[in-house]
Write a protein that binds this ligand. Structure first.
Ligand code: FAD
Length: 508
């Protein structure tokens, strides 16, 4: 348990009354006895979740009066100035569900997202590389033939979103808000009961230090009425609050890359309809997904074993492209063979993967679905991230709340991690709004319980479903499990009502 000096629910007593009750002692001024600057909400972490929370608090008339601070290790000036030309895309892209987009619209952040760089898609084709069973996710069952298909999700670069949130926060003015970028939270502890100041013994006090050689921007110690951990998987806030996590490493990597695509043939109908593709490859450790970006680009997320990820990363662009095209077209034995081919050692033999693919394609029946051919890979965009599952045992403790990856990290196969984070932020902002308008203490555990009650089960269900899908689609071969999962897909495909239900769950 997080050590607390005294009862957490002790009523507030003003300093002058308390000084009358305290024995007079000779004091030497030390850091711990100097009153730190006090904030209503301190958010650690300036990723999408932390910035989303700040933007939401600033957007509401009630919570915009709160004195808030955000601390981020990295240089947020770089995030503000992030800029790429229209033919280049970051390799960290997330599929935002309609409910995340509508939350961002509500807090006025979506207008700041560069829409020319975001791509909606209206259909998702998913199939099993082992058994060929398939399912398509779209809203055709709820759309008349005369209407445009509804959006399934919007692909948005994380940097585009972060820049938009920073811009939205700036537009809200600089009253009551402090952003300490290039600043690391080096330690967090409970404060002291200051004889000539407030009783902060149950309040988190953060020690801040400049990152690297950056000059110090602000105070070295601050106190938080409510401390929010939006500080990612290794959350220092979670550690301070002594909140444990359950979870495991998948021993899988997510290989990402920015790709260029050939024009789609036949032209999709209705014109402009975009499709995302995901093929499960049980013998290679996970699914490969091709998600559309503007101007005939796409982002790749290939979940596979660490060895396969290292192999893919080591390939030349030509061989890498051949492997990605193979992953969406060849049968499992062919793919496994290509994944084990010797790496070309010099550029004159750099077409081995390409020629192997074209030879094998001649002997492979055309796959259905048929994603567009990958024709290029953006230089420097191939990267791999370890995949993990973590879930905090609780999201709240007195004067502490966790949001985003600090609270939960899930397998990316359904593209839900950041969406869950946006759901947390929307819920916590609502909770704080309620507290402020009802005169409650924003850090009180009774206030925060509303947030935990709203989010914990939802996140557990979605994280658990992704974990189950990962396990189900990691059983190679044509045995009973493969049969069962194919049957499941076929049944869902034939029952529009069940499919609609699943899509609404994923939509948030
Ligand atoms: C391969 C892959 C694909 C994915 N695809 C999708 C997708 O399609 N859709 C989706 O919804 N999600 C997706 N996700 C998940 C998504 O990327 C994450 O859930 C999301 O980025 C987490 O955001 P966050 O703000 O909670 O945490 P982070 O982005 O990790 O931000 C935490 C911040 O806290 C800061 N910080 C940490 N410690 C300190 C400290 N001591 N002091 C100050 N600052 C600190 C860090 O610098 C960082 O900026 C994917 C993940 C992976 C790996």
């Amino acid at each position: 348990m997080r050590p607390l000096a005294r009862s957490l629910i002790r009523p507030y007593v003003c300093p002058s009354c308390r000084s009358g009750r305290l024995p007079v002692r000779r004091q030497f001024a030390s850091d711990a006895q100097v009153t730190p600057e006090i904030y209503d909400v301190v958010c650690v972490g300036g990723g999408p979740a932390g910035l989303g929370l700040l933007a939401a608090l600033r957007a509401s008339p009630a919570t915009s009066k709160l004195k808030v601070a955000l601390i981020e290790t990295q240089d947020l000036q770089k995030a503000r100035a992030w800029n790429l030309d229209s033919q280049h895309f970051s390799n960290r892209v997330s599929s935002l569900t309609p409910s995340s987009v509508s939350f961002l619209q509500k807090i006025g952040a979506w207008d700041h997202v560069d829409q020319d760089r975001a791509q909606q898609y209206q259909e998702m084709q998913v199939w099993d590389g082992e058994t060929g069973s398939r399912i398509s996710f779209d809203w055709s069952m709820e759309t008349s033939p005369f209407e445009d298909l509804r959006t399934v999700a919007t692909m948005t670069e994380n940097s585009n979103l972060v820049r938009a949130l920073l811009s939205r926060i700036s537009a809200s003015g600089d009253e009551n808000i402090s952003i300490f970028s290039n600043t690391t939270v080096s330690s967090i502890e409970n404060g002291a009961d200051l004889p000539d100041g407030p009783d902060l013994s149950a309040w988190p006090i953060l020690s801040l230090s400049p990152t690297g050689t950056a000059p110090s921007q602000g105070p070295s110690r601050i106190a938080a009425r409510l401390l929010v951990g939006a500080d990612g998987i290794n959350s220092p806030v979670r550690r301070f609050a002594d909140i444990s996590t359950d979870g495991w490493d998948y021993n899988r990597n997510g290989v990402v890359a920015t790709l260029s695509l050939a024009e789609q043939d036949p032209v999709p109908f209705p014109l402009g309809t975009k499709t995302a593709y995901q093929r499960f490859l049980p013998s290679l450790g996970g699914p490969v997904a091709l998600l559309p970006l503007p101007n005939n680009h796409a982002t790749l997320v290939w979940s596979t074993t660490a060895e396969n990820a290292a192999y893919l990363k080591s390939l030349s662009p030509k061989s890498f492209i051949a492997m990605v095209n193979a992953a969406f077209r060849l049968g499992m034995p062919d793919l496994k063979y290509m994944m084990a081919m010797e790496r070309p050692t010099s550029s004159d033999v750099d077409d081995q993967h390409e020629s192997e693919l074209s030879w094998r394609l001649q002997h492979t029946p055309p796959s259905s679905p048929q994603p567009p051919l990958v024709t290029g890979v953006q230089e420097g965009s191939v990267a791999a991230f370890p995949l993990r599952f973590r879930h905090a045992s609780t999201y709240v403790s007195p004067r502490v709340a966790l949001v985003g990856d600090a609270a939960h990290v899930i397998h990316p196969l359904a593209g839900q991690g950041l969406n869950l984070g946006m759901g947390d932020v929307a819920s916590l902002a609502r909770t704080l709004d309620y507290a402020v308008t009802h005169g409650m203490d924003v850090g009180d555990i009774l206030t925060l319980e509303r947030y935990a009650a709203e989010r914990y089960t939802t996140n557990a269900k979605i994280g658990g479903a992704c974990d189950m899908l990962h396990k189900l689609y990691n059983v190679p071969g044509q045995g009973p499990i493969a049969w069962g999962r194919s049957l499941g897909l076929e049944v869902i495909e034939r029952l529009p009502f069940v499919k609609g239900l699943l899509m609404r769950q994923a939509e948030g």
